[in-house]
Design a protein around this ligand. Structure first.
Ligand code: FES
Length: 84
């Protein structure tokens, strides 16, 4: 089970966290990961990055995820992990 928290703090919000949340929901649905991935939002994780949004997956924190880089992030840190 992966707990995925997308930061919706003000800095990440400005960098597209709403779009990331929507893409995340769509991707979880597309790959039918409902039972394996729990999505939630979080307040500022304290790792605001200039380049994008902060996402925490279980205990790992990733910064700088942009809507453009979402697909790659999802594959590497969620899809491949669930399938491994
Ligand atoms: S607002 Fe997202 S890490 Fe600070």
């Amino acid at each position: 089970m992966l707990i995925v928290q997308v930061c919706v703090g003000s800095s990440c919000h400005l960098k597209g966290s709403q779009e990331i949340v929507e893409k995340m929901q769509a991707a979880v649905e597309k790959y039918k990961l409902d039972g394996q991935v729990v999505l939630s939002g979080s307040f500022c994780i304290g790792k605001c990055s200039r380049g994008g949004v902060t996402i925490q997956v279980n205990d790992d924190v990733y910064t700088g995820v942009s809507p453009d880089g979402f697909d790659e992030f999802f594959k590497e840190h969620i899809l491949d992990v669930v399938n491994s």
